[in-house]
Design a protein around this ligand. Structure first.
Ligand SMILES: Cc1ncc(COP(=O)(O)O)c(C=O)c1O
Length: 319
């Protein structure tokens, strides 16, 4: 599951420090006002050693999120790329989760963090599955009474710390009612996404998902799945999804860095399909994991290999 396990080192403001030394002050601006941005990234073990999945795209989103909240990250993308790959090597990470974060540190009490010091850290630890789905089982989910925030209040495209109180509330409600995960609706009642992942619906052989119009975080896994589906010759559609469509779907699955591709077997007591991961979900999930584990050379562009001599993803390369 998703426990954080202690590793040797964390990259902290430009240097590798021991795990316990990566600390911030209790008066850090971000701790009070949520003014930070972060990423969730995974590494996988390939035949050529560990590789970070779509590192370049994640760091691109990290810098975009920071720009939205006017957080001046005092490092370049190249420096954070090198730091991430060095972190993988130093902590001997294989199947792991990597968490870069940029925050406003101790400043004043004011809401305007202009000139506040910025702290940037990258931690990473071994991690397997995030949701309790097994290869032949899915998760049980509920449509949450907690609605996804309106984009006019908080821009969903940025991955900011503060916005996750919305997801935490939905997750707490789902857990209290015995579900593994929550699906949030937009404030106008369309389907948005899971508390920490995007949603796909499979109906009549077509793989359907929504987009920024549904206030989702535009997931990098979602983008990967769409490309994989097209490469597999599976028709895709991007459109508004109504909650009434969900119980009658042939298959439903979540996708995200943490959950990878997680089938949904039950929605508020209604069994989806025959209650087992459907054929399209399985096909996409298998292909996704094969790609992440370096089994398809055509997708090496998505892998940043940590080991010297392995094919290397160029910073800024097309994705
Ligand atoms: C709210 C939310 N939606 C979607 C995603 C999936 O995004 P990605 O595939 O880039 O990890 C995440 C995870 O980062 C998330 O927290």
């Amino acid at each position: 599951m998703a426990e954080i396990t202690k590793t040797e080192t964390i990259w902290f403001n430009g240097a590798f420090v021991p795990w316990h030394e990566a600390k911030v002050h209790v008066l850090a601006h971000t701790l009070h006002y949520g003014t930070g941005v972060f990423e969730g990234i995974r590494s996988y073990l390939t035949d050529r050693g560990p590789a970070v999945f779509r590192l370049d795209t994640h760091l691109e989103r990290f810098f975009r999120s920071a720009a939205t909240y006017e957080i001046p990250i005092p490092y370049t993308r190249e420096q954070l790329t090198d730091a991430t790959l060095e972190l993988v090597r130093r902590n001997r990470l294989e199947t792991a989760y990597i968490r870069p974060i940029a925050i406003f540190d101790v400043h004043t009490l004011t809401l305007l963090p202009a000139d506040a010091p910025v702290t940037v850290a990258i931690a990473g630890w071994p991690m397997g599955a995030y949701l309790p789905a097994e290869s032949d089982r899915g998760v049980r989910v509920t449509v949450s009474p907690v609605r996804r925030f309106n984009p006019s209040a908080i821009p969903p495209a940025a991955k900011s710390c503060g916005q996750y109180v919305n997801s935490v509330r939905a997750t707490q409600d789902a857990a209290r009612r015995g579900f593994h995960e929550a699906i949030l609706l937009t404030d106008t009642g369309d389907v948005s996404e899971g508390a920490g992942e995007n949603l796909f619906v499979v109906k009549n052989g077509v793989v359907v998902t929504n987009d920024a119009n549904a206030a989702i975080l535009m997931g990098i896994t979602r983008d990967s799945i769409l490309q994989i589906a097209r490469d597999l010759g599976i028709p895709t559609e991007i459109r508004t999804i109504r909650p009434e469509e969900l119980p009658g779907a042939d298959e439903l699955f979540f996708c995200g860095t943490a959950v990878e591709v997680t089938p949904i077997e039950e929605l508020d007591g209604t069994v989806i399909g025959d209650g087992r991961p459907g054929p399209i979900t399985r096909q996409i999930r298998n292909r996704f994991l094969e790609i992440a584990r370096g089994r398809h050379a055509a997708y090496f562009k998505w892998l940043a290999f940590a080991r010297a001599g392995a094919p290397h993803q160029k910073v800024g390369s097309a994705v």
